[in-house]
Design a protein around this ligand. Structure first.
Ligand code: PGA
Length: 249
């Protein structure tokens, strides 16, 4: 049985005070939720205070990015060891914003996943097609390339795959449940081909304009095991409602 996995990706939002105040309100709202893995990924500057506040709660800490070396002269970078040291359990790797604005290639993503796993971090590995790629009918080819190259020589244990169609991120245009299910099913099939039965235990989560209004129908899809939530994770009320999605399966 795959446990639903709901993660907040705050991106470049929230100061220290805003982080503290969000968590102070959010923690009690979800304290009784035991059947969902809840993750908050604040910006690096908030990780330490968030780690302190999340101690002895049912919420896990995630980071939004990581470098692939452990230590050394890499100005501005953060290593996987530093993330686990500060209390992160997860890290997001390969987000389309990193690929688009910071030139992250499949090879870099692959190195980051390897380094993060070596440090004992769970990896939320993001893949997804652009609008142009979808319109040209290349969605599955893009997903296959990202899976094969991103996961080259990597075991899928402790790996969460986030299907995030780029055209749905921050646009208010969510994939329909049918579109999400179709992509997730394809991803699971490929994982089955590459890793056999382990693929049945892998969480494949959806990201892209997830809101309290569409979470229930997305979670009702057979192969949608959770969500990576950007904009709607910045408000306590909306993220709480997403974590407490209504089960139809
Ligand atoms: P969004 O972002 O929910 O604001 O579309 C999702 C993501 O990029 O992870």
């Amino acid at each position: 049985m795959r446990k639903p996995f709901i993660a907040a990706n705050w991106k470049m939002n929230k100061t220290l005070n805003e982080t503290k105040s969000f968590l102070k309100d959010f923690i009690p709202f979800v304290k009784d939720v035991s059947d969902v893995e809840i993750i908050i990924a604040p910006p690096f500057t908030s990780l330490y205070v968030a780690a302190e506040q999340l101690k002895e709660t049912n919420i896990f800490l995630g980071a939004q990015n990581v470098f692939y070396e452990e230590v050394g002269a890499y100005t501005g970078e953060i290593s996987p060891l530093m993330l686990s040291d500060i209390g992160c359990k997860y890290v997001i790797v390969g987000h389309s914003e990193r690929r688009q604005y910071f030139n992250e290639t499949d090879l870099i993503v692959n190195k980051k996943i390897k380094a993060a796993k070596k440090a004992g971090l769970g990896v939320i590995f993001c893949i997804g097609e652009s609008l142009e790629e979808r319109e040209k009918g290349n969605t599955f080819d893009v997903l296959l390339r990202e899976i094969e190259e991103g996961l080259d020589d990597i075991d899928i244990e402790d790996l969460i795959i986030a299907y995030e169609p780029i055209w749905a991120i921050g646009t208010g245009k969510t994939a329909t449940p049918e579109q999400a299910q179709e992509a997730h099913e394809y991803i699971r099939e490929k994982l089955q081909f590459l890793y056999g039965n382990k693929a049945n235990d892998s969480c494949i989560i959806y990201g892209g304009s997830v809101t309290p209004d569409n979470i229930d129908s997305l979670m009702a899809c057979k192969d949608v095991d959770g969500a990576l939530v950007g904009g709607a994770s910045l408000k306590v009320e909306s993220f709480t409602r997403i974590v407490k999605f209504k089960r139809e399966k």
